[in-house]
Design a binder for this molecule. Structure first.
Ligand code: MEV
Length: 350
């Protein structure tokens, strides 16, 4: 067991347990992982496979007996189920699906919001899981409730963000087929660069839909992104970082062709390559949000270069749960708390 796991177990052990009444736990906590899409964003909306991974950053939710009040003290958010905000509507959708009314929810976490790292899916997953656990509903009901909330944030999401938020591992996702974990041959460390620009996923997805309607050959770009995702899966399984880096670069070019890159994202990508990255691309819906760069041995060079250009970035080991699980047989924690280090509001969409 590593130090992070020991801390999470300690945190959970400290949760005061009130006496159980019927099958109901009086207080419950759950976690939703942030995510990065490695290859295949946007194409996944059109039934192509995509490769994604959970981040150890995420959102936690704690549920107590109450009246439908949600607070996120670190982010100065306060809403009630039924309020017209996206957060209030999302909470209502979760409560409705789980047939629960008598809970309050406190939310926190360390995942930057609105930057393409899946904060809304992590929020929906944590809140739905915590309420389901507290009221004895099954995990499938929690997933359906989280999907209802994600629909309020994003319209008609493919489901990849939710799948990664629940899993925390590296996986291949395809509509219809769902999530299939991918075993990485070795740990995968990424630099994540933040453009500082927020764009709504829903708008980016609409923009690609319009482009596809107006320019039918765009379908072949989408199909190629699906092929790149499958090639990326093989590269992860082989631990072939040179190949994965090249695939990132090609994927970024195709996403730019879909018009979802931006000056900031292209700048981050070019700085990463100049600092020694094997490859870099935007991740998530684009327009703003984040980029990922694969730069083994040059991670700090990439961050320094981004910083000199005025961009914030961090280093993340992705899919580490999957690696640990294979090595030790430890299951992914579904009821844990992450340390709060970069609190931001989660209400804006990712
Ligand atoms: C957003 O993280 C990923 C998109 O492909 C949208 C989706 O799959 O729902 C852009």
């Amino acid at each position: 067991m590593d130090r992070a796991e020991a801390r999470l177990m300690e945190e959970n052990a400290r949760i005061p347990r009130q006496p159980e009444s019927r099958d109901v736990r009086a207080r419950s906590r759950a976690f939703g992982y942030g995510k990065v899409i490695l290859i295949g964003e946007h194409a996944v909306v059109y039934d192509q496979p995509a490769l994604a991974a959970g981040l150890s950053l995420g959102v936690w939710a704690e549920v107590t007996h109450g009246t439908g009040h949600l607070t996120a003290p670190d982010w100065q958010l306060d809403t009630w189920a039924g309020e017209s905000t996206a957060l209030g509507q999302a909470l209502s959708a979760i409560l409705r699906r789980l047939d629960v009314t008598d809970v309050d929810v406190r939310v926190g976490g360390d995942l930057p919001a609105g930057v393409g790292l899946g904060s809304s899916a992590a929020f929906a997953t944590a809140v739905a899981r915590a309420i389901a656990q507290a009221r004895g509903r099954d995990p499938d009901a929690a997933l359906a409730a989280a999907a209802d909330a994600e629909g309020i944030f994003h319209g008609t999401p493919s489901g990849i963000d939710l799948a990664a938020a629940s899993s925390g591992e590296i996986g291949r996702f395809q509509r219809g087929a769902g999530w299939r974990p991918v075993a990485a041959a070795r740990p995968l460390t990424l630099c994540i660069g933040l453009s500082g620009v927020q764009r709504a996923t829903r708008d980016q997805v609409d923009q690609v839909r319009r482009l596809r309607e107006e320019t039918p050959p765009v379908d072949s770009v989408i199909a190629t992104l699906g092929q790149l995702a499958l090639a990326g899966e093989r590269a992860v399984q082989r631990g072939d970082f040179d190949d994965l880096g090249r695939l990132f670069d090609v994927a970024h070019g195709l996403l730019a062709a879909l018009r979802v890159s931006s000056l900031e994202l292209d700048t981050l990508v070019h700085h990463a390559r100049a600092a020694g990255a094997l490859g870099a691309k935007l991740t998530g819906a684009g327009g703003g949000g984040a980029v990922i760069a694969l730069a083994p041995g040059h991670e700090q060079d990439v961050l320094d270069r981004w910083s000199a250009a005025g961009y914030h970035g961090f280093i993340a080991e992705i899919g580490e749960l999957g690696l640990r699980k294979r090595d030790t047989g430890i299951e992914s924690p579904s009821n844990n708390i992450a340390a709060s280090t970069i609190p931001r509001p989660v209400e804006s969409s990712t």
